[in-house]
Design a protein around this ligand. Structure first.
Ligand code: ATP
Ligand code: MG
Ligand code: MG
Length: 547
């Protein structure tokens, strides 16, 4: 971050605008996290949140959560709410919550002003013609017949657009930029378009809505953002960002870019995820096969683990794709010391021990963590009948197989002695193994087992209605553009007969309720911290921290 300017020292700003800006910020860092409320946040947003909030926090500055709500069709109330909840869950609290739509009146005035200055015009070319004129494919743009129309005419037509006299796509306001430029972002970008859909917050007040390119830099300006942090695909857009602020002679924030977070084998795009949800290819936005934050949270990944994953990746401008294994290993390392290990059998087969009496019962202490004794143990019993997983038994043995097979011994995790298979029965209809009979080796003859398998004491086993086991959602890496057809139908495996020990069952239930409680407390704490007057927010402390 070495080339970041110090607060208030953006060299590109005119002195009088700089003064105005400093009068507001007192030299503090101001950033914003500006999601479009068209979906739930994904893991890429964790990076953006950490950078936007983290950079300001480090410098004793402030961060807005700004809903970039200029596209009425895609917005839904639940997205707005979830975005705020997610920011808080990650441990950040916005200094202020704003909406691009708060500025619709002001943005409209600025668009009129831009037109008055001869730097915008109303264009009524159809989409096809506009695309052609913008040189798509040819690489150089051509001016359309509206570009040099009189200012008064554009002002009048813009007024008509505002009054709903145009159909959608019937007219737009375009910025009169620089058609000679080599940068397509300078080729008379659209500033306003007609949209007849009602807006989440302004209802049907507006028939015209500003584009991202018109809105973003001006909202940054209005909010006195000192560092406008965004992803590298906006590097070419920086020229138009600055062009518009300069054309209107308003305060201009400095834009800095960082590389997007990309994950192997999946995509991070709200629009594409929305398509999967809409087409029923995943259950909902929190389907554990997705990399939305609500899905990761549902998988039991704590916020600290996500933060440490993103922190390990670091911040650069070079584009890269992170392997899923890297993600999983960071999460695993984070949880390694704190996550208890439970015994559960997904596909149970009954194992009967022949050489013990019906009331045979030995108490067994199962440690909750093999390397963290402080985590304690859970008590269960080892009796004549236990369940093991069908996958841990083979009807035909082989030398490289170390689990259970006819004539072979295996250890049952933490049970006193190994067992040796004497016989088994199968269901004649399905051919599936229905029961395995074993001999318990006593202390005299028992050799140390080569392998240990999980088991659940049969008389006390708690049946789990449904266990869902998730595998990668897509068959290809990366998923193709028509990713719907690449969804792996077997990426969700459902087990209907799984069993677990009662003690483990209680523990799992408690872990879930603790996690819920913890996340609620986190939210309350984050809110309280934001409400409390803090010395961190004073300009003096801000500049101290910046040092
Ligand atoms: P999507 O394509 O998922 O809709 P977006 O790029 O349109 O995302 P928004 O949600 O509108 O982004 O923007 C919120 C902020 O998050 C932006 O500053 C954006 O650059 C950033 N962001 C979005 N995706 C990523 C990502 N994969 N890695 C890092 N930052 C991201
Ligand atoms: Mg977007
Ligand atoms: Mg996008």
């Amino acid at each position: 971050l070495s080339d970041f300017h110090k607060p208030g020292e953006n060299p590109q700003i005119k002195p009088e605008l700089k003064e105005q800006h400093l009068a507001f910020t007192k030299g503090m860092v101001y950033t914003r996290f500006p999601p479009e409320p068209n979906g739930y946040l994904h893991i890429g947003h964790v990076k953006a949140i950490m950078i936007d909030f983290g950079y300001a926090k480090f410098h004793g500055g402030r961060t807005y959560l700004r809903y970039d709500d200029t596209n009425p069709e895609a917005e839904e109330g639940r997205y707005f709410q979830s975005i705020l909840e997610t920011v808080r869950w990650l441990g950040f609290e916005p200094w202020k919550i704003t909406y691009s739509s708060d500025n619709f009146d002001k943005l409209y005035e600025l668009a009129v002003e831009l037109t008055r200055r001869g730097k915008a015009y109303v264009c009524t070319c159809d989409a096809e013609k506009m695309k052609e004129d913008r040189g798509m494919g040819k690489g150089h743009p051509v001016a359309c017949e509206h570009r040099d129309r009189p200012i008064e005419e554009s002002l009048r037509e813009f007024e008509r657009m505002k009054n709903g006299e145009y159909k959608e796509q019937g007219a737009c306001l375009r910025m009169k930029m620089n058609l000679e430029s080599g940068n397509p972002y300078m080729w008379d970008m659209v500033a306003y378009r007609v949209k007849l859909a009602p807006h989440h917050r302004t209802a049907d007040k507006w028939k015209i809505y500003p584009t991202y390119d018109f809105t973003h830099c001006l909202c940054d300006s209005i909010e006195n953002i000192s560092h406008s942090l965004c992803t590298t695909e906006f590097i070419p857009a920086r020229e138009s960002y600055e062009w518009l602020c300069d054309a209107l002679e308003v305060y201009k924030a400095r834009q800095y870019e960082f590389a997007r977070l990309n994950l192997q084998g999946t995509f991070l795009s709200k629009r594409k995820i929305a398509r999967l949800v809409r087409n029923g290819l995943v259950k909902d936005w929190d389907d554990p096969r997705l990399y939305t934050i609500i899905a990761l949270r549902r998988r039991g990944i704590p916020p600290g683990a996500l933060l440490s994953f993103v922190a390990e990746l670091g911040v650069t401008t070079s584009e890269s794709v992170t392997e899923i294994q890297k993600f999983e290993s960071v999460i695993r390392k984070y949880l390694e010391e704190s996550a208890p290990r439970l015994m559960m059998v997904l596909n149970p087969v009954k194992l009967v021990i022949e050489n013990v009496s019906d009331d045979y019962r030995v108490p067994v202490q199962v440690p909750l963590h093999p390397k963290v004794p402080a985590m304690g143990t859970v008590e269960t019993s080892f009796t004549k009948e236990v369940y093991i997983d069908a996958d841990d038994f083979r009807e035909v043995d082989s030398p490289d197989y170390f689990r259970l097979a006819p004539g072979k011994s295996v250890g049952l995790f933490k049970a006193p002695f190994p067992v040796t298979c004497t016989s088994f029965s199968t269901d004649p209809a399905t051919g599936k193994v229905t029961e395995i009979r074993c001999r318990l080796e006593d202390s005299g003859t028992a050799k140390k087992a080569k392998a240990y398998i999980q088991w659940v004491n049969a008389p006390e086993a708690v049946k789990i209605d449904e266990v869902r086991y998730f595998k990668p959602l897509f068959k290809s890496d990366p998923p193709p553009p028509d990713f719907e057809s690449d969804v792996n139908p077997d990426s969700l495996e459902v087990y209907k007969n799984a069993v677990i020990e009662p003690a483990f069952y209680e523990l799992a239930k408690k872990a879930i309720s603790d996690a819920r409680k913890e996340s609620e407390e986190r939210t309350i704490k984050a809110k309280a911290a934001a409400a409390a007057p803090s010395s961190e927010h004073s300009p003096a402390a801000g500049s101290e921290a910046a040092k």
